[in-house]
Structures are given as structure tokens and as C-alpha cells.
Ligand binder design. Sequence first.
Ligand code: TRP
Ligand code: ZN
Length: 476
Amino acid sequence: MNRLILLLLAGTSVALARQTAPQFPTLPPPALPTGFTAPTGYGDSIYPLLGDAGLDVTHYDLSITSDPRQDAIAGRAVLSVTALRDLGQISLDFAGPKVLGVKLGGEAVRHAQVGEKLLILPSTPVAAGTAFTLTVAYAGTPALHLDPSESDGLRLGWITQAGGSYVLSEPDGAHTYFPCNDVPADGASYSLHLDIPAGYTAVASGVQTRQVTASGRTRTDFELTQPIPSYALTVHVGKLDLETQAGPVGIQIRNAFPVGLPATIKATFAQTPAMLGFLAGWFGPYPYPVYGVAVTADPEIPALETATLSTFPSSQEAPTTALHELAHQWFGDSLRLGDWSDIWLNEGFATYAELLWAQSRGQNTAPLLERWYARLARDPARGLIATRSKQLFDSSSYLRGALALHALRLSIGDEKFRQILSQYASRFAGKSVRTADFLGVARQIGGQNALDAMQPWLVGPALPPFPKDILMQTVR
Ligand code: TRP
Ligand code: ZN
């Protein structure tokens, strides 16, 4: 179930089982140990204090030792970093486990855990342009971290419950289990080394490269060579059945289901091969060598587009949600946000993919478009660029974003629309994107006409009228 459908169901029992956000008294800002200074953040327009604008982390090598019966992990993270400016201090996002030591290159350096930051003091400043590694060893319980974009207390990050652990991080849960530059603008590739008790299964984003069981422990390695945002990384540990099959055009299909999951739930994901082929027809080649879903033991969580391995609740979902998360592998994971305010580039595109799929199945999509519009007409209207955290996953990001794409499509016809989507996806694969990047491709292929059609949907705030021709199925 995607986030919007959860919103639609708010007030039903689905929403009731969520945790309530605890109300903390206002605390004084944490004191800084001598020598350290307050971090300034990456400067994202929604979450300005996350990340560090001086860092480009290109690769994370993460070793995580865990036992799904215990809410604790031991980790070692090796970050490959390039300094984007002179660094007298380095700040990473990190919450929860205690840091045991930090090395810069081979040298132990001073560090301090202050709030949700890990501050690091190089013995001499790192000069702009220098490539270096940071090694962080840590152990402890990942922090209970609540979703800042929601008011109903969805827990994010590394979560251990019911004899299993899983990771669900959008937008900022990644720093509960590894120190990172926790902004989607700074994408990175990953190597994962997971060490768990034998008898359990670990599965994660990326391609499994090695597995060894010895002395009662199973170690499994995964490699993801394409850069992704930190929130899109996932790990699942538990009593899991792995089901693999060959998919279309050399893509491996890999699903992880909790042992005993009803066949009716597994059946939700039976169309993955057809969906991969269908979306590749609109967006161009699927960006990774493997795809599948990991179903958790929790029936309440919303589905998330974790890279190569989307995460799902154990309750029955619509196949359109499966399609939605798959579409995010292009729009969200491969093309990642340069700034959270551009979230419609993720949610609008994944939602529009649902309409393309429905249409390809011979469905009349007019009622779907009407439902989208009716929902938008009920909600506060805004232009597509989000200005506040609470807007990130609202109906405008999903539905107004999707209708902006529909307006574009109607203005130029299916062939040019397909060209725009696939050119945009291939030009920016593995890169960060802003709204202007998409508009640039739309103008290049569709001309000024294309931009004019999108303009009222983009800018707002007023909801443009529902044009009669928005219901047209195809344009020639
Ligand atoms: N990107 C998700 C979707 O639409 C929605 C979402 C945002 C989410 N933050 C989340 C889901 C955190 C789970 C957890 O597919
Ligand atoms: Zn989505």
C-alpha cells in the first residue's frame, strides 16, 4: 500500500495501530566538547541540517553483525569520501549505536556524538579535492527514530521486531544504523557484509556475491555498484524464504517472504516480470541486475521502494502498489532527488506509472483520473515544489504530480511523451535531479508547448480546472 492510500484510509483500523509520537519537553541544544563546532548541514531546503555540504561520499562498505532476537547491532562502516571544501571538521548523520572509534585513513581521530551527528576532527584539515576514507566502528541499539514527514509516528530505520529485522528509511532513517551523509543528493554505491546467526536469512539491496556459514554464523555479502540515496538501502533478516527466477532481459527476480506467508499475499507479486518489461518500454532499461520484494512480518507499514528489493507489509496489497514501487526504481532510486522539495519527481512519476499500467491492461482510466482530481479538490492546493516536511507525501506530490505528467502527455502525444520519459531516465541514471532537469528534457523534445501544458500544474497554488480532454486515452 503506498503512502497516499494510507492517507485515504486514515481513520480506519489501519491507522490505529501506529505508534503515537511521544511528546518530548524542549531540551537545551546539546553541548559541544572543546574543539568541535556546530555542524551546518547540507542545506536541503526541507531538511537543511541533515548531511554535510563539504562531503561527497562515493561508497559505503558496511559490515553489520546482528541477531534478530536482539535489538542491537555491531557495525563497521568504511566511507570513501571526497572533500568538496577544506574540512577542519567532518560531520556525519548518526543516531543510536555508540561509536567505538573513528579512523581517517589509517589514523585514529577525535570524534564526538552530539544529538544525531557524529563529529570528527582531522588532526590537520583535509584539503578540498582530497579523497580519503573514514572508518567508524560502533555497537548498540539503533535509535527509535520517527518519520519527520508524518504526524502519526511511523518508525524509520533499522527495526527489530517479531524475530526479524528490517530497514525502512525514507526520508532520514538510514542514520539509525550507519553513519552517513543522509541526503538523497549525495548518492553512493554499497558493499554489505551481513553476519547473522545460522538458521536465519539475510537479504539486502544489491546482488548477493558470497555466503559462508561457519561456527553457527552465516555471512552474506551484497554489492550494489549503482549509486542510490541512503534511504533506499534496505536489509532484511529473519526466517525468510528466498524465491528466485529468471526475469526478462537478463534481470534476476528475487523475492524474500517470511516463512509461512499465505500464497494469496505472494501472488500480489506474480506479475513482476510483466511489469519490468512494461515499464522498460516507457522508461528504458531497468537500472539494476536484480529486482524483487521483501515482505516484512509487519502488516501495518507502508510499502517503500528500497533499491532492487522493495519492502512491503505482510498484509494484502494491490498489484498497483507493486507496480508503483517498481517504477520508483527508475524514479527515486536510480534518478535520485537533488533536494527533497522536488519529491514529485518521485511520487508523481510512480503514480503516473500506475495509470500507464492500468491502461495497458485495457482498463478505462477515466474513473481513476476523476478520483485523483476529486481527491486534490478536497485537499489544500499547492504548486508541485514542496516547501514543508509535511507536504512531502501529500496528495499533491502523488496526484497533482501525476496529473502534471498527464497534461504533458496530452499536449504532445504518446510518442514524444515516451521519448521524454526514457531520455530523462537514461540521461540522469545514477545522478541527482531537480525539477528543472526534467523540464529541460520536456522542452527539448516537446517544445514550449509541452512546458506551457505543465505550467499551471507545476506552479499553482490553485488547482487547474479539470480539462475535458484530460480523459482522452491516447492522442495521435
Ligand atoms: N515512497 C513511499 C511510496 O510512495 C512512501 C513513503 C515515504 C514511505 N516515506 C516512507 C513508505 C517511509 C515507508 C516508510 O511508495
Ligand atoms: Zn511512491
